[in-house]
Each structure stands twice: as C-alpha cells, then as structure tokens.
Write a protein that binds this ligand. Structure first.
Ligand code: PXP
Length: 236
C-alpha cells in the first residue's frame, strides 16, 4: 500500500509571487523523509505550477517513484520521453480549470490512445490513466494498453452516502484487478475520508496533494506526510 504525494501546490505558492521559493524539490525530499512512497507532479500546458526545471531536478533527486501526470499531447510525450519519470498518468486537461475535472473519458475520446501509450511504454515507463469509477472506462483502459488506473475519488469525497460510493469504488477496483490492471486512487482524499477506502485491498496506492500540503503549512511537510503514512499503514 503506497502513498504518492502530489507537490503541485507547493509550486502554486511559488508561482503566486513568481519567486524561486518554496521549492517543490525541497518538498519532495521532505515528503520522502516523511515516508512517501512516491512523488507526483502535474505538468500543465500553461505551466501554472510545475515547470520543466522542476521536473528535471525532481528526476535527479527523487529516490522513490516519480509520477508525471500529463495530458495526452505530443508536447508532453516528448517531455516524458526525455525526462523519463518512473510512470506517467494520463489525465484530461481543460484550460482554466481549478483542478482536474473528472477522469479521462476513454469511451468518448476521439483520440485513440493505443499508439500514444505504446510509444510511452517503449521509453521504459509505466503508463496509467486517471478514470472515473465506471466499468466501461476499465474495458477501454485495458484495450489501449494501460498498466494501471487511478480511480477518480472526487465524487466519493463529496458524497452524502459514503457507504454507497465506497461500494461502487470497490466494485470498480475489483473489476480492474481482474482485468490485470494496477489500481490506484486519488483526488480530494484527506486524513478522514481515506479511512473507508483503506478497506478496498485492490487499491495499492493513493495520490494525495491538497490535504497534505494544507496540513504541511502548520506542521511541516515531513510531519504531514508521516501522519498520512501512519493512517495508511495503520489500516493494514
Ligand atoms: N490525482 C489526479 C489525477 C489529480 O489531478 C490530482 C489533483 O492534482 C490528484 C490526484 C490529487 O488531488 P488532491 O490535490 O485533491 O489530493
């Protein structure tokens, strides 16, 4: 069971003042010292937080598992092939969105990702796709050659009926495992709402950003990560 810490928001603070601090690279080191199993960054087309310099230095510094979230564009494929993160998670990206809005809709996507993914995989990267918890999306993820999915937990984290949403996520996670996919989860997960998810044994990794960075403001990154690691490990 792993935790990949998304450090985009550290870069968001830096970019608010166009300064060279706080440095997401420093945040990554602190996160690893706090027990993170991986570091996630999203390189957006508008470079609103993470930029190429961050990615390049992170590649040199991160000792765990570097996950690059990116849109399925030729520009990003070129960057990924050069930098060679440990894995790439494909996400949808809309200009001006505050955060990723929903999973990549593989069922209705005009672009066939099969070739795009096989090219990325040739650069010795694992490739996954961020999808909504939907059986149709799983079938497509398998067809296009993804190795894992990250299930979008946003609706779950907003749900009134947590039990119902947890059951839905568990069903999708089990189906994905049966199809041979790795199963991760992320978006909107915090120190409380993660607890029911920890019962879904098929989910082997959590991608968490905002809640950890927000807590880090008060207790520091290392401690904020270590608290989340404690919750995740405590469930096993
Ligand atoms: N997974 C994906 C695909 C995301 O786009 C994000 C947000 O950047 C996260 C996980 C982390 O979400 P949060 O910041 O709400 O923990």
């Amino acid at each position: 069971m792993g935790l990949s810490v998304n450090i985009d928001h550290v870069a968001t603070v830096r970019e608010a003042r166009k300064e060279n601090f706080p440095d997401p690279v420093y945040a990554a080191v602190e996160a690893e010292l706090g027990g993170a199993d991986g570091i996630t960054v999203h390189l957006r087309a508008d470079r609103r937080h993470i930029n190429e310099r961050d990615l390049t230095v992170l590649r040199q510094v991160v000792k765990t598992d570097l996950n690059l979230e990116m849109a399925a564009t030729a520009e990003m494929a070129g960057i990924a092939s050069d930098v060679k993160p440990d894995r790439v998670t494909l996400v949808p990206e809309a200009p001006g969105e505050v955060t990723t809005q929903g999973g990549l809709d593989l069922v209705n996507l005009k672009q066939d990702l099969k070739l795009f993914i096989s090219d990325l995989r040739r650069s010795t990267m694992r490739v996954g796709i961020f999808i909504d918890p939907d059986m149709g999306q799983i079938k497509e993820a398998v067809r296009v050659g993804a190795q894992y999915i990250e299930i979008n937990t946003n609706e779950y984290t907003k749900a009134r009926n947590v039990r119902e949403e947890t059951i839905r996520l568990a069903r999708v996670a089990k189906a994905a495992r049966r199809e041979g996919l790795g199963v991760h989860a992320g978006h909107g997960i915090d120190y409380k709402n993660i607890v029911p998810l920890l019962n879904i044994s098929e989910i082997t990794s959590y991608s968490i950003g905002f809640a950890i960075v927000a807590r880090a403001l008060f207790v520091g990154m290392r401690q904020a990560v270590s608290e989340m690691v404690g919750i995740i490990k405590g469930a096993r």
